[in-house]
Design a protein around this ligand. Structure first.
Ligand SMILES: [Zn+2]
Length: 139
């Protein structure tokens, strides 16, 4: 299935960009018209691909680039969600031009523990500090 391999490729790309352990809430992609993506099929594939992975529950936002239609008769160009249309001038075979990009444009990541990044930055501090921070509970 076409959409399945695309969903798989997106998941691989997301995993490469997100830090291990980071919770990705939303992934936004831009898809060119030439890709011929069925958004519903891609969303279903996305759920299947991310099932029982750290990306489970992450939403996929798909922005589809429209076709650019160029009429050789009157010189008009315009954007259209479908490739085969009729021009206002009566030309029923204007030329559709599409792009084939598949770009990951945004990741929304929810950090589990806000302090985690600071700890990593202060990596020079020996681990002994951690025990001093959390004294045993006096009972
Ligand atoms: Zn025209």
């Amino acid at each position: 299935m076409h959409e399945f391999s695309i969903a798989d490729a997106i998941a691989t790309q997301v995993a490469r960009h997100a830090r291990p352990g980071a919770r990705v809430r939303d992934v936004e992609i831009v898809v060119g018209a030439l890709r011929g993506i069925e958004p519903e099929a891609l969303l279903m594939s996305w759920q299947a691909v991310t099932f029982e992975t750290p990306l489970e529950g992450c939403t996929l936002t798909i922005e589809q680039k429209p076709w650019t239609i160029a009429c050789g008769n009157c010189g008009r160009t315009w954007a259209s969600p479908v490739p085969f249309v009729t021009c206002e001038c009566g030309n029923d075979v204007p030329e559709p031009h599409g792009t084939d990009e598949l770009d990951l444009v945004a990741l929304t990541i929810e950090e589990d523990e806000p302090g985690e990044g600071a700890d990593a930055a202060a990596g020079a501090t020996p681990g002994a500090g951690a025990t001093a921070d959390s004294p045993p509970v006096a009972d």
